[in-house]
Write a protein that binds this ligand. Structure first.
Ligand SMILES: Nc1ncnc2c1ncn2[C@@H]1O[C@H](COP(=O)(O)OP(=O)(O)OP(=O)(O)O)[C@@H](O)[C@H]1O
Length: 280
């Protein structure tokens, strides 16, 4: 029971980020994603954000939730996530059992945007319960209570999906995928990445931002040589932060863009060579 409660609390932590009208999240558009998302929201169609880790999907959604004045409920999916974790469950309180809504149910009732991050990680029963929510029914089945609830008219479901990352076995079912409007993301272009670094780490000297973005792009080419995940925009922001905290550029690159990415000494050395060429 204690374990269950702790687990529930884990999910709860993510819940209901109310829109903060004063503070718009900073987001640099890459293409027409804002327009596509707004059109999907207007028609209440669910959206799938596709793209590699750390390329701006979460930031985009925070920005869109703010723009559309909707609260955002984020659930980071993991392999133990069950439909009860999303929908809710009966809990024992003293002598009584009481129903506790899960984050998805709360979002459905409150008219929030619910973001299921890396849905493909979750168990299949979790992906199946979203089906009736994603078509014209807009209903969420609460099986354990023997009822369905109608989604609030402002509710929207968004999932993220990193196509290269999962094994084929873990791919989403076509019947799930085809229920979504898909928006493809990739690492932003050079100019946009520089803008992002300037905005996220304003104290970083222009020259370093320039070199960092160029080095990051070069490092990405190693993805074709066995590196599982390419250097993300997030990793560039981390390296910039380390530099602005006084770490020498080459060591900042090692800490933010080599050590976390590969355990293979040869690939690590290949990455370090790229960074040395830019910073020494
Ligand atoms: N277009 C962008 N505008 C502003 N910041 C961005 C943009 N793209 C990336 N970033 C920066 O990169 C960081 C990582 O982006 P984000 O968390 O949105 O990635 P993600 O694609 O959701 O990653 P994951 O799949 O790992 O959750 C952000 O915190 C932000 O600093």
């Amino acid at each position: 029971m204690k374990k269950l409660l702790n687990r529930l609390r884990g999910v709860e932590r993510d819940i209901l980020q109310q829109p903060d009208e004063s503070n718009a999240p900073y987001y640099e558009a890459q293409a027409n994603e804002v327009e596509i998302f707004e059109a999907a929201y207007k028609k209440r169609l669910p959206v799938m954000l596709k793209g590699p880790t750390g390329c701006g999907k979460t930031r985009f959604l925070e920005y869109m939730a703010h723009r559309l004045h909707r609260p955002l409920v984020t659930v980071s999916c993991h392999e133990d996530l069950t439909s009860s974790d999303l929908v809710g469950r009966f809990l024992l309180e003293g002598e009584q059992t009481v129903w506790q809504d899960g984050p998805l149910t709360r979002a459905v009732k409150a008219g929030a945007i619910c973001y299921l991050d890396e849905i493909v990680e979750a168990r299949t029963d979790s992906t199946v319960i979203i089906h009736p929510l994603t078509d014209h029914r807009r209903q969420l089945p609460l099986e354990k209570r023997g009822m369905e609830i109608e989604a609030h008219e402002d509710f929207m479901l968004v999932i993220s999906y990193n196509p290269g990352y999962q094994t084929v076995l873990k791919d989403l079912k076509p019947s799930t995928k085809q229920r979504f409007i898909g928006i493809n993301f990739d690492y932003p272009n050079e100019e946009i990445e520089r803008k992002i670094l300037r905005s996220e780490v304003p104290e970083l000297p222009e020259e370093l931002a320039h070199k960092l973005v160029a080095a990051g792009r070069k490092a990405r080419t190693l993805k074709d040589h066995g590196l599982e995940e390419a250097t993300s925009t997030r990793a560039l922001v981390y390296a910039a932060n380390m530099m602005s905290a006084g770490i020498a550029p080459i060591e900042a690159c090692r800490a933010a863009m080599v050590n976390p990415i590969t355990d293979d000494p040869e690939l690590a050395e290949a990455l370090m060579e790229i960074f040395r060429a830019h910073f020494e």
